[in-house]
Ligand binder design. Structure first.
Ligand SMILES: Cc1cc2nc3c(=O)[nH]c(=O)nc-3n(C[C@H](O)[C@H](O)[C@H](O)COP(=O)(O)O)c2cc1C
Length: 188
């Protein structure tokens, strides 16, 4: 696939099914992620892959974390939480590990990890896989972060759901650059 075709046409895919990416496909996705721009080459990222039965364990943890956060959560809400990770054959948890640095503020480190997540999405699309970046309440849940082994300087930037697209891909929305871009000349 041409690089520009990829960048112009990537869309998120929410309806995902088996098969999961192969380990060779995943390897390429992570290699693309690791090419993210990275001020100071701090490599401020870490990723967890979760597939197969581990998704059920993650769903159990999500339901537990919801119960801890909202003891009044309904059975329906708990069941929904439990099933969330089953929406794709494989999930990548994107984790930012912000470290103190004299020249690179934490916000820039988070931006670098966010670029890495975009690299994952692009490399998934380039290989005919489908992927979608989700956050939601569980990305910010300290109980879940701890259960997943995150330390105090780490944060979840998202769960990337990856699999085989079910059905045809959406047409990307046509946005006009001129709505967002203007030239600054410095004159006047
Ligand atoms: C940081 C971040 C968090 C997101 N979280 C969610 C989410 O929790 N649920 C969701 O449906 N979309 C979420 N999205 C948006 C989708 O990933 C996707 O970009 C959006 O649906 C537009 O689709 P497109 O990528 O095909 O343009 C998130 C995007 C970003 C960048």
């Amino acid at each position: 696939m041409e690089a520009l075709d990829l960048m112009l046409n990537r869309v998120s895919v929410t309806r995902l099914t088996d098969p999961a990416p192969t380990s060779a496909q995943l390897d390429l996705m992570f290699r693309a992620a690791l090419r993210a721009p990275d001020h100071g080459q701090l490599r401020p990222w870490r990723f967890l892959t979760i597939q197969g039965e581990a998704r059920e364990r993650l769903g159990k943890l999500m339901a537990e974390s919801l119960r801890v956060r909202s003891p009044e959560a309904s059975d329906d809400a708990l069941l929904k939480a439990r099933k969330m990770p089953l929406r794709a054959p494989l999930l990548v948890v994107v984790i930012a590990r912000v470290q103190p640095h004299p020249k690179v503020p934490g916000s820039e480190q988070v931006l670098a990890v966010s670029c890495a997540a975009h690299g994952l999405l692009l490399a998934a699309h380039a290989q005919g896989l489908g992927a979608v970046w989700r956050t939601g309440e569980f990305s910010y849940d300290p109980y879940l972060a701890k259960a997943l082994g995150l330390t105090g300087d780490e944060q979840i930037l998202g769960f990337i759901y990856i699999g085989t697209p079910e059905g045809t891909l959406r047409t990307p929305p046509a946005l006009e650059p001129k709505q967002f871009v203007s030239e600054w000349t410095g004159a006047n």
